[in-house]
Design a protein around this ligand. Sequence first.
Ligand SMILES: O=C(CCC(O)(O)[C@H](Cc1ccccc1)NC(=O)c1ccccc1)N[C@@H](Cc1c[nH]c2ccccc12)C(=O)O
Ligand SMILES: [Zn+2]
Length: 590
Amino acid sequence: GNNNETAAIMFLDEYNEQAMVEYYKDVAASWTYNTNITDYNQEQSVAASLAASNFENGMRTRALEFNQTGFSENTKRLLNKIIYIGDAAIERQEDLVELTNLLAQMETRYSTGKPCKEDGTCYSLEPDLTRIMSESRDYQELYWAWDAWRDEVGAPARQDYARYVELKNIGAQANDQPDNGAYWRSWYEVDNLEEMTEELYTQLSPLYNNLHAYVRRKLYEVYGGDYINLRGPIPAHIFGNMWAQSWLQLLDLCIPYPNKPSVDITPVLIEKGYTPLRMFEVSDEFFTSLGLIAMPEEFWNESMLEKPNDGREVVCHASAWDFYNQKDFRIKQCTDITQTDFITIHHEMGHVEYYMQYKDLPVPYRRGANPGFHEAVGDVLSLSVSTPKHLHSIGLLNEVSNDEEADLNFLMSMALDKISFLPFGYLMDQYRWRIFDGTTPESKYTEDWWKLRLQYQGIIPPVTRTEEDFDPAAKFHIPADVPYIRYFISFVIQFQFHDALCKAAGQTGPLHKCDIYRSTEAGTLLSNMLKKGSSETWPNAMEAITGSRTMNATALISYFQPLITYLEAENERNGDVPGWPESYTPADPN
Ligand SMILES: O=C(CCC(O)(O)[C@H](Cc1ccccc1)NC(=O)c1ccccc1)N[C@@H](Cc1c[nH]c2ccccc12)C(=O)O
Ligand SMILES: [Zn+2]
């Protein structure tokens, strides 16, 4: 093959110019569909996606013509990112067309799903079912919302999903990977990602099991012994969240010292008349206080910051968009006036900050150092924003007290979001890796899902599930073909980054009280890593911020240490043993 590196570099320049034009068209069509779901916009989005795949495939063929012997590391890295392109490498055009249409169909089913009651009232996921799940304490009402959503978007997706799996594996093999799980893991550029994440989970499961036992006691006090077994797993629909992935809505049940000032900003956001736009502006100001890049004019003019009220169907699940033209960056979010959505705003803004920091890199480098890095950026800033001191300073908490009891209340609220999430973040791709590698056949889609939900989360379905159901498709990322281990990794490394940025900001004292607000030293340390995009392997990026080249749970554990001590003492006092050895069937919710 052509061993002339100058020719390769000229090819890479040509690729870069063309990629920006092709990707802009693809992203623009996808944006139009996401913000206005119609048959026509779906078809246009499918056509644009196929055109982009066609472009990528053509460029892949040309990149393969080069003999990379003697080429610089950088030239080889860029060529390989143009060769290993995922689904677009599928040889048979009809397979790629079928997969692209399947993806659009699954995304539309999830995003337009609206279960209805006998009286004809229909409920969207956002905000209707989300509000019921977070506010109701009625076991039967929660069951209706939980079950109706799964009947509407879960079971109907099962057949599509089985075919999706076959086509994704064909795509993986076209990328020299044995199956799609292996292809997804290849983005981390290590040969032991499964062992790495398993080791992290082993370190973190005692924290989770202690929180699970404590929350089980609180739920027992509300729902009683018919529904809760103090030595068993907990029904999945009573955690305040459709997927039991965040337990923040149970804070009022779990707060250690209820007589202390509240750390929940939702009532204050409402009382002070916050709008979604105002919430985004407050987040943007935190980023610029660190010396990071402000959201540009196009962002404020073109983003979709709240659910349209003109009857349009939209994909409500939040996302951040890079139009690959170095100036159009957007967020699409059906923002509700809640603490959870205020945190999600920072999460999405973190994606856009990354986009803007690496916008001048070659297109193949405009990605996170690994996918977990992209998910962590916004959450790192949230760790500072969420402190009672910071929230009080921006008027989102009317009163704070600075003592050990108030600290534990704050740590409890953080644990109900971050620690509760860990097993869910871990199991979502354990489940899919096993489907892709053939361990889980279609005949066991439901059985293996609930085995993992029991093993890691210590939860059970409120009623027996069968292979007629397909509960995994009730979670956005499954029908949307979005990997999930990135969030588990993010929840670990964001504490490593927080620790490093706090040191750079000259903050001493306990990690959970650190607020890097206005520290340009911290901002510079972060932006220097963000500017690298995926031009270097992630251990280099990790080292640039933390000095360490590994992901480890030490920072997370030390952040929560005071709460761990409290939970162990509380469980001891209540005679509650972490774990769920006893299987049982909760009383029928019907
Ligand atoms: O899905 C999201 C946020 C949406 C997203 O920003 O991660 C979005 C997902 C997505 C990916 C691909 C297509 C459509 C949506 N990802 C991005 O917008 C994105 C941006 C740049 C690079 C990669 C992804 N969060 C996850 C997990 C999560 C993150 N932070 C949390 C805080 C509390 C609880 C859960 C979470 C969830 O809701 O289950
Ligand atoms: Zn994200």
